[in-house]
Design a protein around this ligand. Structure first.
Ligand code: NAD
Ligand code: WQD
Length: 342
């Protein structure tokens, strides 16, 4: 029998790509999503790529009783990938309680319910945001975390702490891999699934593609007076399909009980940093579009520069990114053009 993996937030941007990669790697994904930040169309995209429907439960993951219903209906679930969370940094400042309730509440519900059904493997979506403004680059998993600069970031730190405390409790059997993502971009090569930002995008790449598509007048680059080669911020942009594949390797390690500790942490990035201007110029090159942009003031809370030391994921998980920045941005542009026709 194929091994079932529960994917919370499986209709979302990263989750939908993980569902595809899991199925193609021989696992049987089962989606849990309340569609608070996704559309049913993501399910149609997944089905079109895989040629099969993926079982989907429309429930709130923070609802422990509803989760029990899913585990009862799916007794063959062997592990969980937990993507479901709110992720908008600015919104989290406006609605901190909603972020704590949803992001912390859904993890608590899962950690309570999984052992009741003998499910002992969890991969958790963490973020490079836990490093704050790092003292040295690149950041390794041993780089100290810094106080969070937003309630969103705090939920990720709290969730990591909760995972460690639960793991240390007597009788715990759940093994967890914490994956700290850097900046996911791009879309599936089929352009059948991708990012669906609601309203004005906060993130750089959807803002770029929407500007090139004529949906936004211009991109404003948030500051060019940072201490970086061209003065703009540095980030580690990872293609979403590469990121999705990291989850497959993490799940395999958990199910094969290869983890060396009850909680393991991995950076998931390319190991390379690019400035905002480099992203803009690379986008212009691969899309053939001239981008309308200007330089504005710094955005409050921005980290000047961060990129991953990806050595641990490569050595321990055997995971290495495959997609260049240029190919990642080309896939974002292809997806944007598909969206225009939807
Ligand atoms: P997304 O919003 O596209 O996907 C999240 C999915 O979870 C959505 O489909 C949403 O409807 C669902 N969801 C949210 N709360 C839920 C709940 N209580 N019950 C059921 N479903 C719920 O976001 P994404 O970009 O795919 O991010 C996935 C995870 O990765 C999140 O935990 C996010 O914090 C983390 N992460 C994202 C980024 C990024 O830049 N996209 C970077 C680092 C970490
Ligand atoms: C990237 C760069 C901006 C928009 C956020 C979260 C982080 C993580 C990933 C979840 C920055 C610049 C952006 C624009 C710009 N998410 N920019 N003009 O800030 O690295 O991280 O997403 O965990 O927690 O904070 O990503 O895409 O917003 O910005 O100049 O219109 O692009 O200043 O340097 P960020 P981003």
């Amino acid at each position: 029998m194929r091994t079932k993996i529960l994917v919370t937030g499986g209709a979302g941007y990263i989750g939908s790509h993980a569902v595809v990669e899991l199925q193609q790697a021989g696992y049987q994904p089962v989606i849990v999503d309340n569609f608070s930040n996704s559309e049913e169309s993501a399910l149609a995209g997944i089905e079109s790529i895989l040629g099969a429907k993926v079982p989907t439960y429309r429930i709130d993951c923070a609802d422990a009783e509803a989760l029990r219903g899913v585990f009862r209906a799916e007794p063959d679930v062997a592990g969980v990938i937990h993507f479901a969370a709110y992720k908008a940094v600015g919104e989290s400042v406006q609605k901190p309680l909603a972020y704590f309730q949803n992001n912390v509440g859904s993890l608590l519900a899962l950690l309570a319910v999984m052992p009741e059904f003998g499910v002992e493997s969890l991969a958790f979506s963490s973020s490079c945001t836990v490093y704050g403004i790092p003292d040295a680059l690149p950041v390794t998993e041993a780089t100290p975390t810094k106080p969070a600069s937003s309630p969103y970031g705090r939920t990720k730190q709290m969730c990591e702490d909760i995972v460690h405390d639960v793991a240390a409790a007597p009788g715990n059997r759940v093994h967890t891999i914490l994956l700290r993502y850097f900046n996911p971009i791009g879309a599936h090569e089929s352009a059948k699934i991708g990012e669906l930002p609601l309203g004005v995008p906060n993130n750089l790449v959807p803002f770029i593609t929407q500007t090139a598509a004529g949906l936004r007048e211009k991109l404003t680059i948030f500051g060019n007076d940072y201490d970086t080669p061209d003065g703009t911020n540095i980030r580690d942009y990872i293609h979403v399909v590469d990121l999705a594949k990291a989850h497959v390797t993490a799940v395999r390690r958990l199910l094969e009980r290869k983890a060396s500790d009850v909680v393991e942490t991995f950076n998931v990035g390319t190991g390379h940093g690019n400035t905002v201007l480099e992203v803009v110029q690379t986008f212009e090159r691969v899309s053939g579009q001239k981008l309308n942009y200007d330089i504005g003031p710094r955005r409050a809370g921005d980290v000047p520069a961060i990129y991953a030391d990806a050595t641990k994921a490569e050595q321990v998980l055997g995971f290495k990114t495959e997609t260049s920045l240029a190919d990642s941005l080309a896939s974002s542009w292809k997806w944007q053009q598909t969206l225009k026709q939807m």
